[in-house]
Design a protein around this ligand. Structure first.
Ligand code: NAP
Ligand code: MG
Length: 452
């Protein structure tokens, strides 16, 4: 294995930078540094940790344009999305900056003394991040973990490390202690696995494929380490005949083609009530045609390229033998371009079951409410989903009936930093974001003080 990683701009296919590939000795040195820094950090007054995180948030906010430009070049994200992602990191830090002063334990009535609980940090937390949303997903781990008094070692994906590396530098610029938040670039099998096997990493947060996540969880089990998993998805967008069909159709492309479909929350199954199926496809076609695929540096672009040539081959493989209804446009030439594609599918089809992680949506008809819920749940995954109806009772029943961690009614929102995020079934274990995330990076300690 070479000792550097070559980064490729997915919009041009051209290599543009080399970054170091850490070996075991470097990972262990980073973890040792984190152990030392964590002791100092946890000993600070809660308000001092809060101030440091607010300062980190402000420094990130001042570098939104720079971080966004890095994401455009390294990941091919459209500049508008990349700016949103960088600002989101600042907001997540700002939100969890309130946590150090609010990690409130309990005082429990007992006989013969005083009983109180403390939320103790784990120590060092290892965070393993995929290539699809390098900045945001990293921040969902490191912001609450730091807020709870932990140190963090972060492994970005080999393909997309640049924004994570820059965030590590900005943490130092903001005044976070040396060693507290370290970004280690390298391969999953070396750096990621070391987070799993190293005894001083006391909790692991993994986002990525269900296959690797299962292996990481098994490794953590052997070390008796808690693990949070954010894995794949095959989320449903359910459109009932009584929905505002124009709005549902206009928003459907964004729900699955955003980030070129490389989104664990992509609504990659479009379930449409049979009585409006033809009408809905008529409305969907112009919306897909209007979806602008092109230069990620342009503010008018809705969707950039796929992340790599090999990923494009994988996505293209899903179209073998598929019943393509219509496609949008994409640039030709260099870069890993793939046109948004709408396919007609049956429930057992590979396209209706497997995560494509590309701009391909499978459309399936359903007969009634019970059929819609049954079809929506006909997958190993359970991450996100949307449902469109003007009937309030139905919205409540279907939202309760679909086994997914994050659902939205008459919208496609999945991520807000103030609300919990995560999957059921093969989509994951545990929740990130929301009011409780900092507590998830602590262990409860109970202390009894005898008074008699
Ligand atoms: P992946 O192959 O599972 O990789 C994810 C991360 O794990 C990368 O940093 C990777 O490092 C590392 N890794 C690989 N092998 C490892 C090992 N044996 N031990 C420890 N770490 C290891 O997933 P991906 O291809 O990057 O991302 C796509 C998948 O992520 C999709 O399935 C998608 O649904 C899922 N995803 C889920 C969420 C969610 O929140 N639920 C969010 C985003 C993505 P290297 O690649 O650098 O080797
Ligand atoms: Mg991979």
């Amino acid at each position: 294995m070479s000792d550097t990683i070559t980064l490729v701009n997915p919009a041009t296919g051209r290599a543009f930078r080399e970054i170091p590939r850490a070996g075991l000795a470097e990972v262990d040195a980073a973890i040792a540094g984190a152990v030392a820094a964590q002791r100092t950090w946890a000993a600070l007054a809660p308000v001092a940790r809060a101030d440091a995180l607010r300062s980190f948030a402000r420094v990130v906010e001042a570098h939104v344009d720079e971080l966004a430009a890095l994401e455009v070049e390294n990941s091919g994200h459209p500049i508008g999305s990349a700016r949103w992602e960088a600002s989101h990191v600042a907001q997540v830090l700002n939100y969890y900056a309130a946590a150090p002063e609010r990690l409130i334990g309990q005082q429990i009535p007992v006989a013969g003394g005083l009983d109180v609980t403390f939320h103790e940090p784990y120590g060092v937390v290892g965070i393993i991040v995929p290539w699809n949303f390098p900045m945001t997903i990293a921040s969902w781990g490191f912001a609450p973990a730091l807020a709870a008094g932990n140190a963090v070692v972060l492994k970005p994906a080999e393909l997309t490390p640049l924004t994570a590396v820059r965030l590590g530098e900005l943490a130092l610029e903001a005044g976070l202690p040396d060693g507290l938040f370290q970004v280690v670039t390298g391969s999953g099998s070396v750096v990621g696995q070391r987070f799993v096997s190293h005894p001083d990493v006391r909790k692991v947060v993994f986002t990525g494929s269900t296959e690797v996540g299962t292996d990481v969880a098994a490794g953590c089990a052997r070390m008796l380490k808690p693990v949070t998993l954010e894995l794949g998805g095959k989320s449903a967008n359910i459109v009932f005949a009584d929905a505002d069909l124009e709005r549902a159709a206009a928003s459907a492309p964004g729900s699955v083609f955003d980030n070129a479909g490389q989104d664990c929350c992509a609504r990659s199954r479009l379930l449409v009530e049979r009585s409006v199926y033809d009408r809905f496809l008529e409305l969907l076609e112009p919306a897909v045609q209007a979806w602008r695929v092109g230069d990620p540096a342009s503010p008018d672009t809705d969707m950039g390229p796929l992340i790599s040539a090999s990923h494009r081959d994988t996505v293209a493989g899903f179209l073998d033998g598929a019943d393509v209804a219509f496609r949008g446009a994409a640039p030709t030439g260099d870069g890993f371009w793939f046109a948004p594609t709408v396919v007609l599918a049956s429930p057992g089809d590979r396209l209706a079951q497997d995560e494509v992680f590309g701009p391909v949506v499978a459309v399936l008809p359903f007969d009634d409410e019970a059929d819609a819920i049954r079809l929506a749940n006909d997958t190993i995954y359970g991450l996100a989903g949307s449902l469109w109806t003007e009937n309030l009772g139905r919205a409540v029943r279907v939202a309760r009936g679909v086994k997914s961690g994050v659902l939205s009614v008459n919208s496609h929102s999945s991520v807000r930093y103030a609300t919990p995020f995560g999957g059921m079934k093969a989509s994951g274990l545990g929740r990130e974001l929301g009011p409780d995330a900092a507590e998830h990076f602590t262990e409860t300690k109970n202390v009894f003080f005898a008074t008699d």
